[in-house]
Design a protein around this ligand. Structure first.
Ligand SMILES: [Fe+2]
Length: 196
């Protein structure tokens, strides 16, 4: 880490000016193997319209020649799922299936019927799809895109807000207990950490 986190957090907390609200996700971005392959998946299978396919010739910041495309698919709330198609260095290793706990993102639907309609659509298309899984506060299905990104479609449970309100009240105490419980293992991991 290029800065001291504890000092930075203390300084930020002591800053008397209000923190502006981060009102939502504008886009999440992932590397893709091929823009058109990714378009087929997100537009033709998942129904997200392609809204921009921006081609650039240089790496931002350095100016190094690097042809790439930044493409954006629009979600129902106006936010985007975005990808970078950077052919240079796009070897297969970058697109191995990621474990969901390492990386996934969730898109939300309004009802269980809509989520199951997606499950049916994916099943009919031959895209392996797991679930639905009952997470108590949400219900979800999971599948992989062509880039090894784990994708979730989720619907809020009828009791979602009450469950989350109760969880919010308990979260600080649970966090403290978890930090204490896992400290020794994490110290061991850091000591044995290999350079990235
Ligand atoms: Fe999730």
């Amino acid at each position: 880490m290029a800065f001291d986190l504890v000092t930075a957090a203390d300084k930020a907390k002591a800053d008397p000016r209000p923190v502006p609200t981060l009102k939502g996700v504008h886009h999440s971005a992932f590397r893709c193997r091929d823009a058109e392959e990714t378009r087929k998946f997100y537009e033709d299978i998942l129904g997200l319209p392609l809204k921009a396919a921006l081609v650039f010739e240089e790496e931002p910041g350095t100016g190094r020649p690097l042809p790439y495309m930044h493409l954006f698919f629009q979600l129902g709330d106006g936010n985007y799922v975005a990808f970078f198609d950077v052919p240079d260095g796009a070897h297969d290793g970058k697109f191995k299936m990621k474990w969901g706990m390492d990386l996934h993102f969730a898109m939300e639907v309004a009802s269980m019927d809509e989520m199951m309609a997606f499950k049916d659509r994916l099943d009919r298309a031959g895209v392996p799809c797991f679930g639905p899984i009952d997470h108590h506060f949400v219900h979800s299905i999971y599948f992989y895109d062509p880039n090894g990104v784990n994708v979730e479609i989720t619907v809020r449970d009828a009791n979602h807000d009450a469950i989350m309100a109760a969880e919010a009240a308990d979260a600080p105490a649970i966090m403290a207990a978890w930090t204490a419980r896992t400290a020794a293992l994490k110290a061991q991991n850091r000591a044995g950490a290999k350079p990235a």
